[in-house]
Write a protein that binds this ligand. Structure first.
Ligand code: TRP
Length: 370
């Protein structure tokens, strides 16, 4: 990989991502100020993740919203590959999905792909991916979705519903196509090769258009789904993409559930949060406090600042103040970390309570095959 290059695929993210370049590479569209205005006109507000470009790109969102204004309703779909415990980066698209659900008052399907992670990870058994699916579902439910309008699909559990839809899709994907998109080789297991069909299936679970909020690394699957949709007489899914959440230890690569030190899990104790942020968080500060006061820090590469921007400080004024203070050197690295530690601890305290309560409510959310 040349030093100025980066890799973004559903199973591998590496290097420092240039999102302008990625938009070109993937052939998606940037969220323009005009599109943002349209969203505000319809929903009444610009979610901070939109204002700040955390959601930065889309496919067909403009058209979907135009149709919506003409009375054509859509539903929502997103998902998670249960390869480990939930970390705070996972919550970004889920929180946004909840906002969309509130604003558009519509059904949301959440797919947990225990089969995918079994295929993709050599070291995971099906029992483990199933267990993680359950664990991840608790975090999802804890975010406050409404059970009447929110359905959790687990691939191995709901295959009766998914399979006929997946088969429609599978028949229209040929091997050279999926090979070109994902770089599969002769050594790739055939589960992986079929898998895009299963991730496509929920797009067609209702007979109306769908909007999918998702990490941009998942776009290649739906590029295929969008090619297939007209061939099976279905509307193309519309997408809205979020950036990859950096791992605690620095830019280059998303936060990975399998890398303990660079990851804050939703079940972490206040002590663990404090230790991880103080020990591992990549800093844009100067080596000494003196130099920092003199030269100032760089919030644009500072991970604690980025976490505040992406998730933990929705108030623009407060965020701006932190940005300016850090850049000018008034705010020291330790102080910035302390702000984040407090925010994360506060968030997790309440999240963990809701997560406990979710254990009794989980059943209500599971999709039932008909
Ligand atoms: N493949 C995704 C992952 O590994 C999980 C997923 C399934 C998903 N369906 C989705 C993600 C729809 C976003 C949108 O995380």
């Amino acid at each position: 990989m040349p030093s100025d290059e980066f890799v973004v695929t559903p199973w591998h993210v590496e290097g420092e991502i240039d999102y302008e370049k990625l938009i070109k590479r993937f052939g998606t569209e940037k969220i323009t100020p005009e599109l943002l205005k349209k969203i505000v006109r319809i929903t009444g507000e610009a979610h901070f993740m939109l204002r700040r470009g955390i959601f930065f790109s889309h496919r067909d969102l403009g058209r979907l919203l135009d149709d919506y204004e003409k009375g054509k309703k859509f539903f929502l779909y997103t998902g998670r590959g249960p390869s480990g415990h939930t970390h705070i980066g996972h919550l970004v698209p889920w929180v946004f999905a909840r906002w969309l659900q509130e604003k558009f008052d519509t059904t949301l399907y959440f797919q947990l792909t225990d089969d995918e992670k079994f295929y993709a990870k050599q070291n995971l058994s099906m029992e483990q991916t199933k267990q993680f699916a359950y664990e991840n579902a608790l975090d999802f439910v804890a975010l406050g979705f409404r059970p009447e309008k929110t359905k959790i699909i687990i691939d191995t559990q709901n295959i009766k519903t998914l399979y006929p839809l997946a088969a429609q899709v599978a028949k229209k994907i040929n091997f050279s196509n999926t090979k070109a998109v994902f770089g599969f080789t002769g050594e790739t297991n055939v589960g992986m090769i079929f898998y895009t069909s299963l991730q496509s299936a929920p797009c067609f679970i209702e007979n109306r258009p769908v909007l999918i909020p998702l990490g941009v690394d998942q776009d290649p699957h739906f590029r295929i789904t969008r090619d297939v949709a007209p061939k099976i007489g279905r509307p193309k899914p519309a997408l809205i993409h979020n950036i990859m959440i950096p791992s605690l230890s620095g830019p280059g690569g998303k936060m990975s559930a399998s890398e303990e030190s660079g990851t804050i899990y939703t079940t972490d104790s206040p002590e663990a949060v404090k230790r991880k942020i103080n020990k591992y968080a990549f800093s844009g500060g100067q080596p000494t406090a003196d130099e920092h006061r003199r030269l100032g820090g760089n919030p644009d590469i500072d991970v604690p600042y980025q976490y505040l921007r992406i998730f933990f400080e929705p108030d623009d004024k407060k965020l701006r103040q932190i940005y300016d203070d850090y850049k000018s050197g008034r705010l020291l690295t330790g102080e910035l970390k302390a702000i984040l530690i407090e925010k994360v601890t506060e968030f997790l305290k309440s999240h963990q309570q809701k997560r406990e309560k979710a254990k009794d409510r989980l059943e209500k959310f599971f999709f039932e095959d008909r």
